[in-house]
Design a protein around this ligand. Structure first.
Ligand SMILES: [Fe+2]
Ligand SMILES: [Fe+2]
Length: 198
């Protein structure tokens, strides 16, 4: 090979040759990744939630449901209009809320093996709430069973809220992290504007 060609070949080979990865490099980048994950996990616990945080949005709905449930429980058979109004507001809120959870949070969380059971339970508790709301809507507000059925709905929802906030949402914080929860919250908000009537 002529000298000029040989020099050019050597130059090209130097340019294209991949740097050798040593065991030390690999160990160092693995340590870097572990440190990165650790920093992220600490940040997820310590730093305040981002503005569209999915858990915060859902907890806000929960507080609203609790207020409506308290109000509904205090009504009597004579407060037909008030009962209808509370039930209508509560039913619409539950539809929108279940949609946020079932379309956004639950599928994201269900992928984590230790959250799977609590998510499956969540779907069933939504179903129970839906049945009770449907039965209440079909019942006359001066029916003597209305108050008892509303009370069962209240207790059932309170139990569900307790399970979500006490277990599921905590799991979501650690398994999904701040950024992902913010992204899920944005998706929930975009759903709210397209909630179909049920
Ligand atoms: Fe919820
Ligand atoms: Fe729920």
């Amino acid at each position: 090979m002529p000298a000029r060609q040989s020099r050019a070949a050597a130059k090209t080979s130097r340019k294209t040759r991949k740097p050798t990865t040593t065991a030390l490099d690999r160990a160092s980048s693995a340590a870097g990744r572990t440190a990165g994950r650790l920093v992220k996990s600490v940040a997820d616990r310590v730093l305040p939630a981002l503005p569209h945080d999915a858990v915060k949005l859902l907890e806000k709905d929960h507080r609203r449901f609790e207020r409506l449930l308290e109000q509904g429980e205090k009504t009597t058979e004579r407060a037909g209009k008030r009962r209808k109004e509370i039930l209508r507001t509560l039913a619409a809120g539950i539809v929108a809320h279940e949609r946020k959870e079932e379309k956004v949070l639950y599928p994201a969380l269900k992928r984590h093996p230790d959250a799977r059971d609590i998510v499956l339970e969540g779907y069933q508790e939504h179903h129970v709430a839906d049945v009770l709301v449907r039965e209440l809507k079909a019942m006359k507000t001066d029916d003597e069973r209305w108050g008892a059925k509303f009370k069962v709905l209240k207790e059932s929802l309170e139990h569900h809220i307790e399970e979500e906030e006490g277990h599921m949402f905590r799991k979501a914080r650690t398994a999904l992290g701040r950024d992902r929860l913010d992204e899920l919250g944005r998706r929930m908000q975009s759903l709210t504007h397209r909630t179909p009537a049920r």
